[in-house]
Design a binder for this molecule. Structure first.
Ligand SMILES: [Cu+2]
Length: 330
């Protein structure tokens, strides 16, 4: 068999040793995977892949599949995170009946099912991810977030065994990727992107490196532009920063868009964007808020995978039974 076929033959794939060259192309650059440090270089390149323009459209604008008669909507909450993962848990290639030597454990992206609202872990981290159960005529609604803080790469979730439209394919398609094909790392606790009369009340908000609660004009809404403005939203009675032990990068961030949006009293607010307290009037507040195009530009600059540029990192407080998300150190 000629050498070039080794790479395309699945049967022989595991037989390719260090002597053969395995290349992968990320963001237009080629990485020789046989070289020392190649994985780190590939990860660094993947973290720099820019957010595709088509991925800026929000999922709310997309046509929503509805259940067929007799079916129901079944909602799941799933996050992606990296952790150490052994890709050859038995140490053997049972297909060819031989041992696999060398390094078999790597940092890998894994899926984790969460309780509604991403409140708590429901299962462990795994690859493949959890099985989602539904019956014929149902619609599966999957809330998916990128909760990784180490590799800083956009991720996706691609369905199998169900019918879906291209909008929900969850595949990276270069500059044509849809929103579900490029889910960047987060860092924001609660985000209002436009919206009216939302009450954010009684939450404990801590450990978000970008911002605890952020509110920005909903400029991504192309069809219903009248719904872009933030109107009469209230952020009161929340506790920020877990008693000062697990601070948010910024507790509050707001571009000042709209009218009658008010911000307090809240406990533990130490840092805001912008810094001026006047930008965050307490509740109740009537009248126009003070719009800042500079603040809006800064906040929008942190959209998607660019969120990491805006991170302000504080140590997470250790908590029993919870593995803290570690901070990536370049
Ligand atoms: Cu597929």
């Amino acid at each position: 068999m000629p050498d070039r076929d080794l790479l395309s033959s699945r049967r022989s794939f595991l037989g390719v040793g260090a002597g053969a060259a395995l290349f992968c192309t990320i963001g237009g650059e080629q990485v020789d995977l046989a070289r020392p440090g190649a994985a780190r270089r590939a990860d660094a390149l993947a973290a720099r892949v820019p957010r595709p323009p088509a991925a800026a459209r929000t999922a709310q604008e997309l046509p929503r599949p509805e259940p067929a008669p007799g079916g129901v909507r079944r909602e799941y909450w799933i996050q992606a995170r990296t952790a150490g993962w052994n890709i050859v848990p038995t140490g053997r290639d049972d297909w060819h009946g031989r041992r696999i030597g060398g390094k078999t454990a790597f940092r890998a992206y894994l899926y984790q099912e969460m309780t509604p609202g991403f409140a708590a872990a429901k299962g462990g981290l795994s690859m493949p991810g959890p099985t989602l159960y539904a019956e014929a005529d149902d619609v599966l609604v999957v809330h998916f977030r990128n909760a990784d803080t180490r590799l800083r790469q956009a991720v996706t979730m691609h369905p199998h065994g169900v019918r879906y439209s291209p909008e929900y394919d969850g595949a990276y398609l270069g500059r044509y990727s849809r929103a579900g094909g490029f889910v960047g790392p987060g860092g924001t606790g609660i985000l209002l992107l436009g919206g009216r009369t939302n009450r954010i009340e009684g939450n404990r908000v801590f450990g978000n490196f970008l911002a605890g609660v952020a509110a920005v004009e909903g400029i991504l809404l192309d069809k219903t532009t009248e719904a872009r403005a933030l109107i009469a939203n209230e952020v009161t009675g929340n506790a920020f920063g877990a008693g000062g032990e697990d601070r948010n990068g910024r507790d509050l961030a707001y571009d000042g868009n709209g009218t009658r949006n008010c911000w307090g009293p809240n406990d533990g607010v130490q840092t805001t964007l912008p810094a001026e307290p006047a930008a965050f009037p307490g509740c109740p507040f009537g009248g126009a808020n003070a719009f800042s195009s500079a603040t809006q530009a800064e906040l929008l600059g942190y959209a998607g995978a660019n969120a990491l540029k805006g991170w302000i990192r504080y140590p997470h407080k250790p908590r029993a039974g919870v593995e803290p998300l570690e901070v990536y150190a370049p």
